[in-house]
Design a protein around this ligand. Structure first.
Ligand code: RB5
Length: 153
């Protein structure tokens, strides 16, 4: 799989290990930084990775910030992206099975590297279930369409 990885200073402590883990599994990894603990703005890093997914240049993205929240919130605004923070294996699994998430946000400050690698593995190996979830995911994606005026319009 082609995987974009990006982080801010809050995720940097784990980023290189995540990149190394993904490469050891044979994935093609685009390491988009940041590359130090110097303070940066997570939306800039989320944007670069999410746009690679949006353009079809990466299949998935794994993002890290302090909580995984801000970097996911930013990525999710990019068309074609379904991003969510995940803190448990069950949520990583459901984000794939029910929501067809293509981007996850990890916490570099509140979740251990060992646990985050389990979340990454689950994210990459769990299939979207489709079926009743497919129509709902299509409804998520209509929010990307500027012509969509809302369900009650
Ligand atoms: C940076 O201090 C922190 O706000 C950021 O890493 C992230 O947790 C935001 O959601």
């Amino acid at each position: 799989m082609r995987i974009a990885v990006a982080c801010d200073h809050g995720g940097f402590v784990q980023k290189d290990a995540v990149v190394e883990h993904l490469r050891s599994l044979g994935h093609e990894v685009f390491d988009l930084g940041t590359n130090s603990e110097e303070s940066v703005d997570y939306p800039d890093y989320a944007d670069r990775a999410a746009r690679m997914v949006s353009r079809g240049e990466a299949d998935r993205a794994v993002l890290l910030c302090g909580t995984g929240i801000g970097i996911s919130m930013t990525a999710d605004k990019v068309p074609g992206v379904r991003a969510t923070p995940v803190q448990t294996v069950k949520f990583a699994e459901l984000a794939r099975q029910h929501n067809n998430a293509n981007v996850i946000g990890l916490s570099g400050r509140f979740v251990s590297l060992e646990d985050n690698l389990k979340l990454v593995d689950t994210f990459l190996t769990t299939e979207f279930e489709g079926g009743r979830h497919a129509a709902r995911v299509e409804k998520i994606m209509r929010e990307d369409d500027p012509a969509f005026q809302g369900v009650d319009a």
